[in-house]
Design a protein around this ligand. Sequence first.
Ligand SMILES: Cc1cc2nc3c(=O)[nH]c(=O)nc-3n(C[C@H](O)[C@H](O)[C@H](O)COP(=O)(O)O)c2cc1C
Length: 198
Amino acid sequence: MRVFIVYAHPSEDSFTRQVRDRFIAGLESAGHSYTLSDLYQMNFRSDMDEAEYRREAYYRLDAPVPEDVVREQEKINSSDAIVFIYPVFWSDVPAKLKGWFDRVWTYGFAYGLQKDGRRAMKQLEKGLVICSAGNTLDYFRRTGILESMEKVMLGDRLFDRVKTKELVILEATSRELPGREANWDQHLDRVFSLAVNL
Ligand SMILES: Cc1cc2nc3c(=O)[nH]c(=O)nc-3n(C[C@H](O)[C@H](O)[C@H](O)COP(=O)(O)O)c2cc1C
């Protein structure tokens, strides 16, 4: 399987960075190949500029797509699976990753049709979302935030762009919780097997 990892965390000194590295170790051990977009390290521009806005808001296929966006779209179309790894920030993805969706999911690529009646983005075999969160799964269920994350990430952003999809929350990894250390190895083992069994 050719796997495209979209990773967003501002610090190398983080649990999420360990998740990313263990996931890659799992891919390598199973013989999967991968491409990585480390959005903070790339300094990926997450703000849409006015020309991009006009392209998306006016459904203009003839307006150019920026080079950095085209590169991301090429990574998608040369992969079989897409994997997002990030920390939950305010019940959603970090702004940098939100901006990645704003800019990379362009008209004619991720939604809408091109002149030949097709969508340029290929349908991927698998979409996997792995996020680390300070709160517990129980909290996310009780508050309805889990449902909201599933609807937005799986139902809207991934939608039918992937054949099968899954959201995995690695819970209670906040620095202020003793659970962070207690859950550490178990979470990373899980991530390794998610990669192996992709
Ligand atoms: C700005 C910010 C917002 C956060 N918002 C949430 C949140 O809404 N829900 C949650 O469970 N954790 C939240 N967290 C905790 C992160 O998900 C936390 O970073 C996570 O436990 C992973 O740890 P790491 O940063 O060492 O990778 C937030 C952290 C930051 C820095």
